[in-house]
Design a protein around this ligand. Structure first.
Ligand code: XIL
Length: 482
């Protein structure tokens, strides 16, 4: 991400939180690719705009990704990474076992190719996953640890080497890591009783984050987990408690990943949108970024009624809207690209009821109804995101001195404060769907910026015009003048 901060220009790009910078850079690239003279990029809030998922996500400051299991050269990957997805995850290539069949014997070929593809297509890369007790490990890891005179010290040493080797190799190129995957047992509140936990207790989790942070201080570090029941279950409660504890201890953890596999094998009902959103909000309330990291939705939930794929699309929309409504929820990754590539169809026990058709593209690589419903739900983020970016632009401009209050010192400060409070109110109006209030605040703010030497200005300076333009753009999105 650091490298890409220089890509493109435009007022939103520079005033974006850390994570979505690439998304905005992408929007700028899309803009730059449009014929000169046509003015703005298509407005993806307009359902008729024909925006792709990735274009919509770029305007919404949001990540839409897919896990790539195939080689970087596979047609499904080539056809979708970049144009439809602005993020990708290695489905298997970066797990410890696939990287190193035996301890210390690394083969980075497949992982390197995926990182290369992400760079070529200018999408974000998520690394998955450094430590997964239930996942594939080097065949000799367990014996290495257990045959050592000091298993704890030996495992610590091996974890340290592994995390430094992998995160260090991709520092600055893999923007986000699932540092620990599935720390809890399948159901219930206990920790997963894996090699790491058996040997080191829960301390392995915090330790892994500290090492990863040292190896790449710029990477966004995640704890990733799956759930059957999202609100109030022993497992979801235990996860919240674990995250809260890690935060309180100052562990360098920046986000939590909610896998979000919906595969209709156990007789567990789908969560309501409200239940799902409440869980995401509870995680966000701990001060962390949230992402849905492995979304797939089996069509079998809907087989009994008419149009299963349309009903699947509706559920995709609900899940996406739930994330989009939580400002800290910054992205969604589907676990695969096209239906024939889903892990569910080839993994026991889910394979018993294949095909699941759980993804956004069909066997012909055509977007399914779920693709369009997800896109439209992502578009709900564009206006709130733009309003927040405007507030950030204001703050940055004040901080750098590009915007100054007008008048004698005391009154200049008060005027800046009042402008800021108008912009804050705008965000609140937008979050509660009160468009006329937002339009009124924006109009007031615009009038108070001095771009023409007016003596009634509240603020002045080189950033005043940028702000004015940003306000005009937001007013346009809100259709304030019609
Ligand atoms: C799965 C892959 O999709 C399969 O190809 C592989 O055989 C097993 O792992 N939770 C996770 C992912 O965190 O890493 C898993 O991926 C799916 C469940």
């Amino acid at each position: 991400m650091r490298k890409r901060e220089t890509v493109g220009s435009g007022w939103r790009e520079a005033h974006f939180g850390r994570a979505p910078l690439v998304a905005i850079a992408l929007a700028v690239v899309v803009l730059a690719a449009r014929p000169a003279g046509t003015g703005d990029s298509p407005d993806c809030t307009d359902p008729q705009s024909g925006c792709s998922l990735a274009e919509t996500a770029a305007q919404a400051g949001f990540w839409v990704g897919a896990a790539v299991g195939n080689a970087a050269s596979h047609p499904s990957t080539q056809a979708t990474i970049g144009g439809h997805f602005n993020s990708m995850t290695a489905e298997n290539a970066m797990k410890w076992g696939p990287l190193a069949r035996r301890v210390g014997e690394y083969d980075f070929g497949r992982a390197d190719a995926l990182v290369g593809l992400a760079e070529e297509r200018a999408v974000r890369m998520r690394g998955h996953t450094l430590l997964w007790g239930r996942g594939p490990l080097p065949v000799d890891l367990e014996s290495e640890v257990n045959q050592s005179p000091n298993p704890q010290a030996r495992l610590r040493e091996l974890l340290d080497q592994h995390i430094r080797t992998v995160v260090g190799r991709y520092a600055g190129r893999v923007q986000s890591w699932d540092v620990v995957n599935e720390p809890l047992s399948v159901a219930g509140a206990a920790f997963d009783y894996n090699l790491f936990f058996r040997t080191l207790g829960e301390s392995y989790i915090a330790e892994a984050f500290r090492i990863a942070h040292e190896a790449d201080p710029g990477a966004q570090l995640f704890l990733n987990e799956f759930f059957f029941v999202y609100s109030g279950s022993p497992k979801s409660q235990a996860f919240l408690a674990l995250v809260e504890k890690l935060v309180a201890e100052g562990v360098p953890m920046h986000g939590v990943g909610v896998q979000a596999h919906f595969w209709d094998y156990l007789p567990i009902a789908l969560p309501s949108r409200e239940e799902f959103q409440n869980f995401l909000q509870a995680l966000a309330d701990l001060g962390l970024a949230v992402e849905l990291t492995e979304l797939d939705i089996s069509r079998h939930y809907f087989d009994q009624g008419p149009d299963p794929l349309l009903r699947q699309a509706e559920f995709y929309s609900e899940i996406t809207s739930a994330c989009v409504a939580v400002p800290a929820c910054q992205g969604i990754t589907t676990w695969g690209i096209d239906d024939p590539g889903t892990w569910l169809d080839v993994t026991a026990p889910f394979d018993q009821v294949a095909p699941h058709e759980p993804l956004l593209f069909d066997a012909e690589l055509q977007p399914k109804p779920a693709y369009f419903s997800m896109r439209d739900a992502v578009a709900e983020r564009i206006i709130p995101f733009t309003a927040r970016a405007l507030l950030r632009l204001f703050d940055e401009s004040v901080k750098t001195g590009a915007l100054e209050g007008a008048g004698p010192p005391g009154s200049a400060v008060a005027k800046l404060r009042s402008l800021r409070s108008s912009l804050e109110k705008t965000v609140k109006y937008i979050d509660s769907d009160r468009v006329s209030g937002a339009c009124r605040e924006l109009e007031r703010t615009a009038r108070r910026l001095d771009t023409d030497g007016s003596s009634r200005a509240f603020a002045t300076g080189p950033a005043a015009r940028d702000l004015e333009e940003a306000i005009r753009e937001l007013r346009g999105l809100l259709a304030c003048d019609s």
